[in-house]
Ligand binder design. Sequence first.
Ligand code: SF4
Ligand code: SF4
Length: 423
Amino acid sequence: MKKIKFRIDGKDCTASKDQNLIEAAEQNGVSIPTLCYFKHLNPLGSCRICTVKNNGRTIAGCTLKVDEGMDIEVNTPELLDLRKAILEMMFVEGNHFCPSCEKSGDCQMQNLGYQTGITHTRFPHLFVDRTIDAIPERIVVNQNRCIKCKRCIEEIKTDDGHRVFNLTNRGNHTAVSVDYKQEAKLSEKQAEHAMQICPTGAILVKGKTFGKPFGDRQFDYSRESENMPLEDIKKHKSTNKKKTKKRVATASLAGCFGCHMSMLDVDLGLLDLIDVVEFNKSPLTDIKEFSERCDIGLIEGGCCNTDNIEVLREFRKHCDILISVGECAIWGGVPAIRNTVPLEDCLKESYIDSITSEANETIIPNHEDLPKILDKVYANHEVVKIDYHIPGCPPNANHIWNVVKNMLFEEEYSITYSEFKYD
Ligand code: SF4
Ligand code: SF4
């Protein structure tokens, strides 16, 4: 095969003429992330995560064959942000809740989220109502997590050559469907292969989902550079910075109070903390009104009613820096599960049809003193400007306070991968 020369981000590279760019880049020490690309399948070009620029033109890298003199851009700030935005769109388009997902720690999409540093999405979550198909003999297809990469469609075939997965419907309603008759012909091994090649947790094999325990999964590793022990981080923080006590306020909106419980989990660290911060309005101190302007406001929970909106706006007004703490604050979290169901149906189910409702109960509480329930649960950054996001469900206590200390003393801090991952 004829050898050609080309460049990636200014680096001279060689490859065989017409070799696929993803493979050619890999051989030259450059990794281009992908979700739909799969070794022996024809490039699908469906996920667009591998977007690069070829001689200034934006294109899905997996569909590109290298040629003499090509000038490829992969890791420019613009392309890194574009890739991150595409991934964020995938997260908001489906319903992904990693802490309760069987594929967590073994999921390519989740791992890419960590790699690209996603802590929240710049787009609102869509909360689409999708089905989980458990009818097939061996597998379960969870449409909430499918990114329509088409890997399963191209790769999984029965011994007599029939496809098992197909795309149905069009546009926003496109979904991967299962041909039940063909699926029943799959061997256990073929079914497991379907689960493994799916880059998300959309295909699961009944009875096999936790076959590989946490701690032993594909992406369950700590990156060396991110492995600085917490003690060292703390030491690093205390160097030469003038300590001035700063004011912190906290609030819990539509959440379970777990993030506040986590804040208390720092145990003896609370004594160190008192050296550097004093609390103002907070359930931790039971101070109910702001008495002074605060340096930092920590908000747990999202907005599900008018009272939450009022409190959040008040915090924005009284705090220099506002931080969303935990998944409910960042995108709605568990309370946002109701976003897939019309509000009227939720209220009816809760107050009238619920098995715990009084017999003949016909009233949905509605009094002027009660906060009005919103049409859906909103992420805090959809209501006011949020300066930082601390992910987790709940976030680790050390994350929260290290972030606070770093804000106060204007030092760089990034949550380590080993602390942040869910599995
Ligand atoms: S499929 Fe992956 S990204 Fe989606 S919820 Fe599961 S682990 Fe998270
Ligand atoms: S089920 Fe999985 S492999 Fe199939 S299209 Fe969806 S994400 Fe891709």
